[in-house]
Write a protein that binds this ligand. Sequence first.
Ligand SMILES: CC(C)(COP(=O)(O)OP(=O)(O)OC[C@H]1O[C@@H](n2cnc3c(N)ncnc32)[C@H](O)[C@@H]1OP(=O)(O)O)[C@@H](O)C(=O)NCCC(=O)NCCS
Length: 183
Amino acid sequence: MTAHAELAHYRKHLPSAPTASTVRIDRPSPGDGPLLWRLARDSRTLDLNSSYSYLLWCRDFAGTSAVARDSSGRAIGFVSGYLRPEAPGTLLVWQIAVDESVRGLGIAGALLDGLCARVAAEHGLSSLETTISPGNHASERLFASYAERHGATVAREVLFRADEFPEDGHHPEVLHRIGPLIF
Ligand SMILES: CC(C)(COP(=O)(O)OP(=O)(O)OC[C@H]1O[C@@H](n2cnc3c(N)ncnc32)[C@H](O)[C@@H]1OP(=O)(O)O)[C@@H](O)C(=O)NCCC(=O)NCCS
């Protein structure tokens, strides 16, 4: 068993563990902005944007974003995204993170499923895009698994090479395009 699988197995058997079926997938409000910022900061993987941008995002892009809450209402994960202006049937997932203490329990998968179902119902949705830095195996598996659940294929191409970023040591970003999605 890999370390990830072992930890997930242990967590799943804790009586208090939230699961994909017990978390509530909500539309965020600006009051969630600080929680999203903290989850992004504590992930130590995501690019941390300004706190202001998370509050603004929860105001202006709540319809294409989601927050996962446990039974006490605490935010334990989020996904932010937008419909591409040039391709309105395409949801670009910008950031997704789950609190380290509850990873491996299916919460990110539930966030993607819940968000995409809502966006499909409210706006129509035919494909999903995200970018992943090479080596982020958890994220690669999360999106590959989403594609498998929805009978879609994944096409991958480099969107931004490392040398296209300013001199901040940013990794390349590989675009994963998942489709066609049928709801
Ligand atoms: C990526 C992340 C959101 C996944 O959250 P999660 O709630 O643990 O994911 P899930 O439990 O829903 O798992 C989804 C799939 O990924 C797999 N997975 C999750 N973590 C994994 C890991 N560390 N290694 C390998 N596979 C992993 C799961 O087994 C599952 O696969 P399956 O559907 O085939 O069973 C979480 O690891 C995280 O917050 N990472 C830091 C932020 C980040 O990297 N975000 C993505 C940036 S592109």
